[in-house]
Design a protein around this ligand. Structure first.
Ligand SMILES: [Zn+2]
Length: 320
């Protein structure tokens, strides 16, 4: 039996959790679906990642309205992926903040990514017709931007390349709470289709040095102690190292992509196969790792067509 493409067979709704990690700091999580972070300042609210559509974002807004009536003035994009950013219009924020790298990716491949991700994740793009178009940042920073929401300090930082070239974290230095985007996952498989696998560990090392005592990963439950934070970082690191080591060995030996794919899935499955979206991610993850190990510096653009072609080549070869 061949597997359904990407997450097209994943149609059951997840249970949503909205929990406070520190005073006015919330994690909106849903059993491995993309997370959203909320920072309530003295006079306004900041949201980290928006959900995929404005209709999906309405549920986040309802949760925020359950705890504050302050205006939502700021939206931060942890990176450019459609599943995290295309719900932005629902918040009516004054500022949509992104790194230079994220802005460049939206310009270069935002539309292809929108088309690709909508095909991969039909459940997460509920009411896709409510999306007014790509989400464009109104504030673009190079390395770091600090916002003061009244007395509350919020540091918005690009620590280096990893999951994408524009990865951004949101750091509350006083409260030691970190919103990490897809640089860190917990019980969910890191997606590396647009990644810089050789840079990601160094970026994780810089993230670790921040010393977070609570962390909201890109997917998976919020981490609420320093020990849990370390487990999330270490688990992500372990997956990335194992993935890249396996693929690079195959490339060095001159083996074809399909063989390297099968070997890598077999090697990782025992330890990581239970993580959310493992089967979804592996064709894209191994493809990018294979390219990077072969000397292709920047990730190639995924289109809806390339997605399906690659899936057929790797997941359906035996039955086709
Ligand atoms: Zn992502």
């Amino acid at each position: 039996m061949s597997r359904s493409f990407a997450s097209q067979a994943d149609l059951a709704d997840k249970a949503i959790t909205f929990e406070e990690l520190g005073p006015g700091l919330y994690a909106y999580t849903a059993e491995g679906d993309p997370n959203t972070g909320v920072v309530i300042g003295d006079d306004s609210v900041l949201v980290v990642d928006t959900q995929a559509t404005p209709v999906m974002a309405e549920d986040v807004i309802a949760r925020i309205r359950g705890v504050t009536d302050k205006p939502i003035k700021h939206v931060v994009l942890s990176h450019y992926h459609a599943v995290r950013v295309l719900g932005a219009s629902a918040y009516g924020a004054d500022n949509t903040i992104a790194s230079r790298g994220t802005y460049e990716l939206i310009v270069e491949r935002g539309q292809q990514d929108y088309d690709s991700e909508a095909g991969r994740f039909p459940r997460l793009f509920r009411a896709v017709e409510s999306i007014p178009g790509l989400t464009w940042p109104t504030v673009v920073f190079e390395r770091e931007l600090t916002l003061f929401l009244g007395k509350r300090e919020v540091r918005i930082q690009h620590l280096g390349r990893g999951h994408t070239k524009g990865d951004t974290v949101v750091w509350l230095p006083e409260e030691k709470v970190l919103f990490a985007g897809d640089l860190v996952e917990y019980g969910a498989t890191p997606y590396t289709g647009d990644a810089y696998l050789k840079d990601w560990p160094e970026t994780l090392a810089r993230l670790r040095v921040l010393g977070a005592e609570a962390l909201v990963p890109g997917r998976g439950a919020a981490l609420k102690t320093a020990e849990e934070v370390e487990a999330g970082i270490a688990g992500t690191q372990a997956f990335l190292s194992r993935l890249y080591r396996s693929v690079a060995a195959g490339v060095a030996a001159g083996r074809p992509l399909k063989q390297v794919y099968d070997e890598t899935v077999a090697a990782l499955e025992p330890d990581f196969g239970h993580w959310v979206i493992f089967e979804h991610c592996m064709p894209f993850d191994v493809s990018r790792a294979y390219d990077e190990a072969g000397g292709i510096a920047d990730p190639r653009i995924w289109t809806a067509e390339r997605d399906v072609e690659r899936w057929r080549a790797l997941e359906q070869a035996e039955g086709a």
